[in-house]
Structures are given as structure tokens and as C-alpha cells.
Ligand binder design. Sequence first.
Ligand SMILES: O=C(O)C(=O)C[C@H](O)[C@H](O)COP(=O)(O)O
Length: 212
Amino acid sequence: MSGPSEALRAMVGSTTVIPVLTIEDAGYAVDLGRALFEGGLKVLEITLRTPAGLTAIREISQALPEAIVGAGTVLHPRQAEEAAMAGAKFMVSPGATKGLIDAVNSTGVPLLPGCATGSEAMRLMDEGITFAKFFPAEPAGGVPYLKSLGEPLQDIVFCPTGGIDLARAKAYLALKNVVCVGGSWVAPKAAVQAGNWAEITRLAKEAAALRG
Ligand SMILES: O=C(O)C(=O)C[C@H](O)[C@H](O)COP(=O)(O)O
């Protein structure tokens, strides 16, 4: 069957890490996006936690047409429409409600909804979702927990996010129910504030090389 989850998996392809970016000032958004893209991370999540988020999605998408820029922290149905208008290619939420799933589906943009338990994953599967964000990955139980979830739940795969660093990413990527991981560690606040784009490209390269 082909639906939004399959479309999203195709978009993510062999990407190892999706940087989760909370942008305080749209003025540096393109430089940050370019630093990550040049390091080999081509799928970027810009959260809607700051007022600059939507502008950043629009500007990075225009400046780097080969990057796949999505919107994160999509909580309310109205944000789905706003993110789609800004050019988001996918949307990410920390959890999921029926209202949000329906609103995102109506934009035609695929959703990566969050879940942390077997029941939540099963409810997503009832909605036809087979690719979800495992959130918050580390506090919820980390690699052993996600591995255990995968034993009975064989028809859903995950992008773990929350508390992940390079070493943990490697361990998650070794699980058969993990497609990619999400995290902010590739764009540390200090490097962003200093405009140290070379450091961010270095971290991106390290992350991109996690799998082969
Ligand atoms: O706001 C959202 O919808 C999110 O995507 C939350 C993110 O998963 C975390 O903020 C990233 O987690 P860290 O790598 O621990 O910083």
C-alpha cells in the first residue's frame, strides 16, 4: 500500500540524521541550512517553536532547492496549513491527535507523528501510518525499549528523536525498526550563535557517515 508514510520514507531515503533546528533569527537560517547540507545532511526539520520558524522554512527551501525542508513541532491543525504554505515537504509532531492527522493529510504533505508506547503506535497504524517518530527517545527507554517494541510491532518503523547524540544515533541505526534518527546535536547553540558554520558542517559529516 502506498500512502503518506511511504512517501515520507522515500523522501528520507538513506538519510542517517534529520537535524532538528529551532531557529531564533531567520537571518542565519540559510547559512545554517547550507552548513548542514554541505556536510551531507539534506533532510532538515525546522521547528515551529519560534516565530522565525516559518520564514526559515521558506528561505532555506528557496536557497537550497535540493534540501528537503520540513516543519517540526506541528501541534495544531492551523499550523499544518501554515507550514504547507511555507513550503514544508513534511511535518513532524511530538504526538498525534486525530484532528492533527486529518489536517496534515488534507495538505497532502506527509506527517511523521510522535509516539512512545505500543498503544500509541497501534493507534497510528489504525490511521494508516507506518513511519513514526519515537519521542522522547532517550527518556522513554532508548534503544532497548524501541527494540522490544519492534518485536511485536513489525509493520511500523521509527525515527527516534530526543536526547540522541552521535554515539546513541549509531546504536539506534543498528535496529531494524529504525529508518533514521532526529536530533539537535549537529547544530549546537554555541556554534550557531558564533556563526561557526565549519564546525556544523564537520558535525554533519560525522552524522552523515554513520551508515556506510
Ligand atoms: O519539537 C518537536 O516536535 C521535536 O521534534 C522535539 C525534538 O525531538 C527535540 O527537540 C530534539 O531533541 P534533542 O535532540 O534532544 O534536542
